[in-house]
Design a protein around this ligand. Sequence first.
Ligand code: CP
Length: 326
Amino acid sequence: MSKGYRWPHRHLLGLEDLSAQDIRHLLRTAVGFEGVSTRSVKKAPTLRGKVVANLFFEDSTRTSNSFALAAQRLSADVLHFSGKGSSVSKGETLRDTARTIEAMGVDVMVCRHHHSGAAVQLAGSVGCSVINAGDGQHEHPTQGLLDAFTIAKRLGRLETLDLDGLTVAIVGDITHSRVARSNIHGLLKLGARVVLVGPPTLVPKAFVDMGCEVSSDFDAVLPHVDVVNMLRVQFERIAGHAFPSVREYAACFGLTTRRLAKARPDVLVMHPGPMNRGLEIDSAVADGPNSAILEQVAHGLAVRMASLFLVTSVKPRTKRSASNPV
Ligand code: CP
């Protein structure tokens, strides 16, 4: 890390906005926070007195609980808002919802939303910090960060956080995947070679412009990669898109035990979850010795603690009022 570096971002909206130095600084901060989860008292006073609001307009198991626990481990107060059962059903907008929650005295807003760009819109509407927990097909930055952390840790690159010389295959529906976009931005910035694999309808050649390689031949790519990141088939987003039958997809792009035998013996198998077992990944592979899937979840906690800590380390916009004019 160059001398005098200071984390500059009040929001964490996407890995496209971060430099390699920012990403390495965040991951290094996460290494420091990893130890908190192994203490007998799993608590640090870092965010005591701060309030973190989790706004989830779309379902989540990993991200919402991981952010809640990360905030609690840092001693913050945590408010959970779910779109379901709220006044969103009465037509309240994202902006009004967010400003209402912010008025309760929030320092960080973590937001998942089905619209691409929702987190950016939120950052322009509120005075507190915003962390994108997944917006439509755009980005899922903390997933990209925890994936990079997992690769670096499992492949002995945690010291340097340099992924130079490593090849990562991302397999599946790249077009609709915010996880893929954040992975692509993060991994390329850290020096990895990224190969996108899937049916041509879901992996357009345009991704080459981002610096990736593109293939529809999983069997040809698999023997040459260090990491294979299997994406969930997102049936909820694919509607109307050209897609082979489920059986054909599994035959061409599913990671079965038989197919895994073509890979290097120590290939790292990843999946962001939730998994469609038997479709993009077989249970024997997901639960097998190459799998880092549960480690990804564990690393998510440290990465989210680091994210919460860093965004709150940047001075918030000053709120002016008649009684507080400075
Ligand atoms: N990986 C991920 O975002 O999972 P959730 O949808 O359960 O948060």
